[in-house]
Design a protein around this ligand. Structure first.
Ligand code: SAH
Ligand code: SF4
Ligand code: F3S
Length: 437
């Protein structure tokens, strides 16, 4: 057996792709390994979203160069969004790299490996052959209790700060039959929860064999009928694509969990416009109202960018105000990072690092307070927890509430894979503690 080490950066779609690359290389004799030392092949599945994420790749490649000096046969591959954006540059800056594959071409890895073995040299493939990838992937071997399933890829929204439309290509939905087949295979392997993934997952519109197009709500209804699947989630949603049927599904589809990641980025209309988000703060707030009317207890989370070019104190205050109004269960927030080739990178009024830091600190303080408040509100309540794995301490199991909160409880390992009622007792830094009910 050869050893394969895959290191994943970035979003859940990269995590899904990493698992699929491992599935794809298994027939070539590669078994997963959890360290680069002693591996025969290393894949870095990279993220280009912010400068820091992209730079990490080069430092990791520096470390791998030493490993390659000790083991000449080591194959080094760079996959993911940095590979797509900077493929040629990677080969120039890091000649120790053998293979570069983009997010839409990693299914070609086996033939690329064979070509290098035959001819030597490097291989680079950064095409966007829509559809082809999913058709050529091996059947999923994943057996996680909660599993990712990519249903939609790419993005046509072109927010002015974002590299994704360039690294992942145009928006494209998988046919519903393919998604349902993959979900059935996961369920047969023991998966209980499916997390549907897409850059704009709620824009999903897969066309079936009869030529009918399916919305995400319809797909969730069909998934809910698969035996063994107890919970369905989806991420990431764009506020512009939150259809009426999807909002209604949060009230009607019992397997659809009361949790929604709905990034808003900013609460200032001027910033939203400059970001090309195509909605205002007001339309976002109305949308939140409608979602809460369908499912009052829903946990809402978001992403935020502070220090976007031209952001004034008043613009930032509008973001704080929106956060106070919505009351989030959690959020990710970032300092704006200039990305090559995106329109906002060329804007003149860039914000200083000092101001970005101040704004991020203030925003994160507020968001953390809201997260703690949301979690504290569950204390004393009994919630159904889907147990996923053993905890760090012996005799402990870890699972998640419908609101995606991690819960630790003392209990038998036989609980893993099942849903049990837990009385929530206390909050630790990032999770809840509970007692089986
Ligand atoms: N498709 C998703 C977001 C994918 S990127 C959506 O539309 O919401 C994940 C998050 O990274 C974004 O929501 C944004 O908050 C952040 N992000 C993207 N580009 C960024 C940049 N140039 N600087 C800082 N944060 C960025
Ligand atoms: Fe990026 Fe905007 Fe597309 Fe999200 S919707 S992936 S933020 S361009
Ligand atoms: Fe990063 Fe690419 Fe995902 S840039 S966030 S890995 S789509």
């Amino acid at each position: 057996m050869k050893k394969l080490y895959v290191k994943t950066y970035g979003c859940q779609m990269n995590a899904y792709d990493s698992a699929r690359m491992a599935d794809l290389l298994a027939p070539l004799g590669y078994a997963a390994s959890d360290a680069p030392e002693g591996a025969d092949m290393v894949i870095l599945n990279t993220c280009h979203i912010r400068e820091k994420a992209a730079e990490k790749v080069y430092s990791e490649l520096g470390r791998l160069r030493h490993l390659k000096a000790e083991n000449d046969g080591l194959l080094i591959a760079v996959a993911g969004c940095v590979a797509q954006a900077e493929g040629e540059e990677i080969l120039r800056r890091a000649p120790q790299v053998d293979l570069v594959v983009g997010p839409q071409t990693y299914h070609r890895l086996p033939e690329m490996i064979a070509r290098i073995a035959r001819d030597g040299g490097h291989a680079l493939d950064a095409d966007f052959p829509a559809l082809e990838k999913f058709d050529s992937l091996a059947e999923t071997q994943a057996s996680d209790i909660s599993a990712f399933l990519t249903v939609q890829e790419g993005c046509d929204k072109f927010c002015t700060f974002c590299v994704v439309p360039y690294t992942r290509g145009p928006e494209h939905s998988r046919p519903p039959e393919a998604v349902l087949a993959e979900a059935r295979a996961l369920a047969a392997n023991g998966t209980r929860e499916i997390v549907l993934l897409g850059q704009n997952v709620n824009a999903y519109c897969g066309v079936d064999a009869a030529g009918r197009s399916w919305s995400l709500a319809r797909l969730c209804d069909a998934l809910a009928k698969i035996e063994g699947i107890a919970r369905i989630r989806y991420t990431t949603s764009h506020p512009r694509d939150m259809g009426d049927d999807l909002i209604a599904a949060h009230g009607d589809n019992e397997k659809l969990m009361p949790y929604l990641h709905l990034p808003v980025q900013s609460g200032s209309d001027a910033m939203l416009d400059a970001m090309n988000r195509q909605h205002t703060a007001e339309t976002y707030l109305r949308l939140v109202e409608r979602i809460r009317a369908a499912r009052p207890d829903i946990a809402l989370t978001s992403d935020f960018i502070v220090g976007f070019p031209g952001e004034s104190d008043a613009d930032f205050e509008a973001t704080m105000q929106l956060v106070r109004q919505v009351k989030y269960a959690g959020a990710f927030s970032f300092k704006y990072s200039k990305r090559p080739g995106t329109p906002a990178a060329a804007a003149k009024k860039q914000i200083s690092e000092k101001v970005k830091t101040e704004r991020l600190d203030a925003l994160q303080k507020l968001l953390l307070q809201q997260q703690d408040d949301f979690n504290d509100a569950q204390i004393g309540h009994v919630l159904p927890v889907l147990f996923e794995k053993p905890g760090r301490n012996p005799g402990q199991v870890v699972g998640r509430t419908p609101y995606l909160q991690p819960v630790h409880a003392d209990g038998d390992m036989a609980l893993i894979g099942g849903i049990a009622d837990v009385r929530i007792g206390a909050r630790t830094v990032n999770s809840l503690k509970g007692v089986l009910h």
